[in-house]
Design a protein around this ligand. Sequence first.
Ligand code: C2E
Ligand code: MG
Ligand code: MG
Length: 689
Amino acid sequence: MTAATSRLKYAIASFLVVLLAAGAVALLFTLRHAQDARSTWFLALALAAGAGLLAAALMWRALTHLQQPLYSLIRSAERIGQGDYSRPVEVQRREVVGELQQALERLRGHLRQSTINKSYLHSLLNSMTDAVFLTSPDGVIKVANAASCKLLGFSEEELLNRSILAVLDERERTDFDLQQAAHETRETLVRTRSGQTIPVSFTGSRIDSDDPQFQGNIFVARNITDRKRAERRIRYLARYDALTKVPNRMQFHHVLQQTIARALRSGRVVAVLYLDMDRFKEVNDTFGHGAGDRVLEVLAERLTRAVPRETVVGRLAGDEFALFVDALPADADNRGPIAQLARALLTEVSRPFQLNQHEIFLTASVGIAFCPRDAENVIDLIRNADAAMYYSKQNGGNTFAFYSPEMNAAAVERLMLKSKLRRALERDELEIRYQPKVDLRTGRVSGAEALLRWRLPGHGDIPPSQFIPLAEETNLILDIGEWVLNRVCLDYRQMQAQGGDPGRISLNLSLKQLRQASFILRCRSVFRRHHVSPTAFELEITETTLMADPPRTVRLLDELYAMGLHLSIDDFGTGYSSLSALQQFPIGTLKIDPSFVRDATDDAGDATIVRTIIEMGRSLGMEVIAEGVESQAQLQFLRIHGCHYGQGRLFGEASTVGELLALLAKQVSGAEAPFVHLLRDDAAASRSA
Ligand code: C2E
Ligand code: MG
Ligand code: MG
């Protein structure tokens, strides 16, 4: 029904009431002049009653129709008052009140769109993952969102009306300035209900409003536990060695630097011990890097346990560790206690390491330097301890040495040698010497080993043990190796031309050479160029080289063997290979390392090793050569145990081509074998024994 029609209906009804009332008045007026007064009274009364009833009905209807929309109106107004601008009420009536209510609903809709009300603000804050606190200007919490309750473990009621300071950890409260905090982002700690502290990024902003009741601050706290953990991890990784969990070089330097500064101020002494494993590379090459890593882990644990708690142990590189002892007295000779510590470390290293069912024995070399005596800064102190370590290594390892200035000179010389070695080839400073290999049954020379010599003008002879590692470090060994092969072929041709039969000449091969992709091609072309048969030569390969990459080495050696070359294992017994592993290679000869031969006559352990190697070689159909035969007693021992060949000073040092030719000439002329007299003496000695 429209407002106009309802208004028309009310007008007609009102007109009817007026009409009925007017009829009743007219009847009463005519009553005075009427004859039938009773019926007229009756009619007038009826008309008046009709008008009254109609008027009452009209009023009732007007009242009831007005009440409902009025209540609706009141409810709408109340909701707007409460700030509830949601769900508009459906307006049914379109009368004046209805229109008023409709206008109110429109107002509410408009407010909903244009005003952020409290519940919206609430749902907004509660859907945030960061903790949000709205405070008064003096920092009293007025609003705390759901995330803040979750972070701190308090209910909203518990947080409200407390100071924002109360959520911070006690340590953070002292220098908390509310005014400053309301303008910046800082990292701080909050304290939870259970007493746990959580790192947060804490951002404050001022709420500027003209209305004083809205003024205050808003603080947002973001939990940064994960980021802090990642930061700690990164810091840890940057300073600690991931494998051994001890400080790395950088951290070790850093801590040592601070310690030195303290020691210099207080007049105390610091001792640095530098430790390097002996022949550690062989562990890696033989058992793989995983096993090498395991050894280093165990070693770091052992070293850490062997030193006093406050001593810092660091891993400076691969198998190099260092540690320092702090606050030693300046007026005492500290060498005694430090030597004792060094011995304890060497003992720890020498305990067997368990590696994939193998028990392996390792040693280390230690160098020691003191601050301030040997150096007053980290770099020099470590360098000097390193030089002393190198000195220990040169002395055969498994020992320690205190730094002295000459040692550094040795390190400098090593560097100089490296640069001079580069020119050694061009300047023709390298030479080959031949050490005869002797058949211990006949005393005849059955071949010779080609040994490299470096005659450095002004320095004398430099032994291969010193320059071969340098040549390997610099890859010069590839050029040097090729030079040796050419030189040996030339010498061989010369010996043949002069009527000597040198037997088989052996050459030492380094791992780097064998790894060279073109090695086999190069070998073949050298032999072809010099018109010599590969069958006249033997390649000596160390156990370590063999085990570096067995599948690849097997392929390479099979090819070399197919060419006609003879192959032997040099320094046998010093590596870690097992016999079954060696059987896969086409090896014809085992060379027993001089270190076992040297003591075989005095040391029961070495005697067993030598005997076992001889038996093992023979049972596999291999030739066995004992190296480093120096005495008659050794020769006798070897012969008794069935060793067929020997090499060593007893038969002569490595000699020139001319000297070797002279030896060979004796054999060819049909006279007695060159060393048969030694066998006779040997026989006499054994008879007299
Ligand atoms: P190696 O192949 O085991 O050579 C045997 C070493 O024992 C030689 O040392 C030899 O001079 C030494 N020797 C000879 N007789 C005796 C003795 O009676 N007692 C003792 N204790 N030792 C004796 P050298 O000549 O100093 O060579 C050392 C190492 O240098 C060689 O050990 C070999 O591994 C390497 N080397 C030598 N020449 C070459 C080369 O041309 N190329 C490569 N890659 N390495 C070489
Ligand atoms: Mg050799
Ligand atoms: Mg050898």
